[in-house]
Write a protein that binds this ligand. Structure first.
Ligand code: SF4
Length: 340
């Protein structure tokens, strides 16, 4: 049976047309789905009994509880959702003082095959619908205390842009969850054909997976560089104004002896020159024993950060969380979860 959760106001209007329901029913449904957060059509009590019956014959709300959850010793929580046969999708809640961030998935698996990422190594199963994407936001215990959402879990959000864009519309519209787009970040490797829509049709923060400013080096760990080079991606984002409240971050996993030399410092500063942005250094979590690169240790990361900061590039080290439950950056795969 088809589901209502995850439909935009416009799509709910199409449901009304399809079932010959009054036009205003679309707004009422959006209010029940995203404001009053009901789980059944029977709970939509300001719809006429006949309208509820007609809707129930064709649709259900479609909110799914998580299959399971795991809590890390540092408090990070990983949720696992099952969407059909053998499709496991994970979401992670990270606590940092008053900040409670949900890391949300957009695909079951990923096609981009980054060498350092468990999701990429597990292959691609399918795109998630906007309802499945938002279900992770709606169905977790921390729903009411979340302060931030990042599209940074399993999958490349711009490779499933239609569903991710709809999710953002529902999260930020007044008829939806009415969240500020400043609380939402979309993380991407830089899928250029969809970047324009991300930058012009939303006001969300943007994070770009950089990991190396050298094209040949980046190709070794991120095959997407062959289609959309980081030089072209940075050239593209430089056309936009980043002096307002919207944040631009570049993510950079530090591999010892690979991308943390003085030459890399100079190349990064040159690449990002003139951009009001931040570089976020990330620890590597080993996902593949045959992968030749090793993560830099804390001292090495600190040295690298200080060299970049001294050259005027705002650089931070991201605290690593949830490694013991395979919830840290690059460790989500959905495969282990299914076997638990
Ligand atoms: S890092 Fe992101 S884009 Fe790369 S394989 Fe993993 S999920 Fe896909």
């Amino acid at each position: 049976m088809k589901t209502l959760y995850g439909k935009t106001l416009e799509e709910l209007g199409e449901v009304c047309n399809e079932l010959s329901l009054a036009k205003y029913t679309a707004k009422q449904m959006a209010d029940w789905l995203y404001n009053k957060q009901v789980s059944t059509i029977a709970d939509m009590t300001n719809l006429s009994l006949k309208a509820r019956e007609t809707l129930s014959n064709h649709y259900r709300v479609g909110v799914e509880k998580p299959l399971t959850s795991l809590t890390s010793k540092d408090g990070t929580r990983k949720y696992v959702f099952k969407y059909g046969e053998d499709v496991f999708v994970e979401a992670v809640v990270i606590f940092d003082k008053a900040r409670v961030t949900l890391c949300i998935s957009s695909q079951a698996g990923c096609k981009l095959n980054c060498a350092f990422c468990a999701t990429g190594q597990s292959g691609f199963k399918r795109n998630l619908s906007s309802g499945e994407i938002l279900n992770a936001f709606r169905s977790i215990d921390e729903h009411n205390s979340l302060t931030n959402i990042v599209f940074m879990g399993m999958g490349e959000p711009l490779d499933n842009w239609f569903a991710v864009y709809k999710s953002i519309q529902i999260l930020t519209s007044q008829w939806g969850y009415a969240l500020s787009p400043r609380r939402i970040t979309v993380s991407t490797c830089g899928i250029l054909p969809k970047m324009k829509s991300l930058l012009e049709d939303t006001n969300c923060n943007v994070a770009i997976s950089l990991h190396s400013s050298d094209s040949e080096q980046r190709k070794r760990i991120m095959p997407v560089e062959k289609s959309y080079s980081i030089a072209d991606v940075v050239r593209f984002v430089k056309k936009y104004n980043w002096l307002g409240q919207r944040r631009l971050t570049f993510e950079y996993i530090v591999f010892e002896g690979f991308n943390n030399s003085n030459k890399d410092v100079a190349a990064l500063c040159l690449l990002l020159k003139g951009l009001n942005c931040r570089l976020n250094l990330i620890s590597y979590h080993c996902t593949n024993k045959s992968f030749a690169l090793k993560g830099a240790n804390h001292d090495s990361m600190t040295r690298f950060r200080d060299s970049l900061t001294a050259k005027g590039l705002m650089t931070t080290i991201r605290a690593s969380k949830g490694e013991d439950i395979l919830a840290a950056c690059g460790l989500l795969s959905g495969q282990q979860s299914g076997k638990r």
